[in-house]
Design a binder for this molecule. Sequence first.
Ligand SMILES: [Zn+2]
Length: 162
Amino acid sequence: MILPILKYPHQVLRARTEPVVFPLSPEIKKLAKDMADTVRHADGIGLAAPQVGKSVKLVIINLEKSGIPLFALYNPKVVSKGFKKTEIEEGCLSIPGVFGMVKRPNKVTIEAQNHLGEKIKISDDGWVSRVAQHEIDHINGVLIIDLIKKYTKGEELILSDR
Ligand SMILES: [Zn+2]
């Protein structure tokens, strides 16, 4: 089921999120499936639960077009960051038409849980790193407009969760 994507300045985008508990409830299982449908439908590369009105720590990464199967991260957090940072243009499904340069660490290590509640650890310095950082920001109430130093027109868009 495709869910409506909430737009800034909707309060839920800034709300505190609750951890997902295991075993997953039928509601959370359905939410994860619906978020996968929604991000694919929106042609996005990532989606966080607050963007569909749910204040829980769940994000979907959709890099299918880069050959990486869609996956969900439950209770993800960045546990370490590389020193080197790069500025890349980003956009956001919740802030249509707004684009800007966002500086983030190239490499991060993320700890999360999979759908079974098993601990997973991801170290990445590519698209997974970039998208996961954007989506983890969402579950912490942080939006790209908090991070953009220079706005752009989206004409040379390299990265967007849309
Ligand atoms: Zn976003």
